[in-house]
Write a protein that binds this ligand. Structure first.
Ligand SMILES: [Zn+2]
Length: 219
């Protein structure tokens, strides 16, 4: 019998059940409980789930009534139920993409202007994925192509300093969704605490990365 037989199995890293991160990297202190009038539905690409930069889950944990579903291709029936639950009108947070026609994607319908008068009848649908993967999700799920699209107006530069290749005008899913909610509800002040919490989250992630880097390259 070897010595290793007597050694206890390595303890599994304790994981926070809410944010699904290691307890040592838990981000739950950045949760700001808030109720939105527009309901939020996040469709998260599977590659984002374990990404340390994943901020969509933090938003989901903050916003009462929000939903977060993970997948690349969704069954038509399940997606339809998610999009139209409670009779809300779904709209997709996605820019105009002129290349769509070449992919066989028809132009999205216009949003009836009266729907903006009733935020509690709207559902904001956010694709949490890299740009490439979000294009794929749009292509693979025809129901998403049929949604009216919402583009952000006057979005400020991103606080996201984690992604090196992130251009200043590209917002994280968290920031984009919050700005869209504020825009639809015409209430930016209400959502400010969420953006402040996001800043804290970004700083925590940056400190984490710095720690790992200095550990790998000690002076
Ligand atoms: Zn946590």
């Amino acid at each position: 019998m070897t010595l290793s037989t007597y050694l206890p199995a390595a303890p599994r890293r304790a994981v926070c059940p809410a944010c699904l991160r290691a307890q040592s990297a838990c981000i739950c202190r950045w949760i700001v409980p808030l109720a939105s009038r527009v309901e939020l539905l996040v469709l998260q690409h599977p590659l984002e789930v374990r990404n340390a930069k994943n901020s969509a889950r933090l938003l989901h944990l903050s916003l009462a009534g929000s939903r977060l579903e993970v997948g690349e291709t969704f069954s038509a029936k399940a997606l339809d139920a998610l999009l139209h639950a409670d009779g809300r009108t779904p709209l997709l947070l996605y820019p105009e993409t002129p290349g769509d026609a070449s992919l066989g994607i028809a132009p999205p319908p216009l949003l009836p202007s009266e729907s903006f008068l009733h935020p509690e009848r709207l559902r904001l649908v956010v694709l949490d994925a890299t740009w490439r993967k979000s294009r794929k999700m749009l292509y693979l799920n025809p129901a998403l192509q049929c949604l009216p699209r919402l583009a952000l107006q006057d979005a400020p530069p991103s606080a996201y300093r984690i992604r090196k290749a992130h251009a200043p005008h590209q917002l994280s899913s968290f920031e984009a969704a919050v700005h869209a909610l504020a825009q639809l509800e015409e209430n930016p002040l209400y959502y400010r605490p969420l953006l402040a919490a996001f800043d804290g989250f970004v700083q925590q992630q940056a400190a984490c990365i710095q720690q790992v880097t200095s550990h790998l390259n000690p002076e």
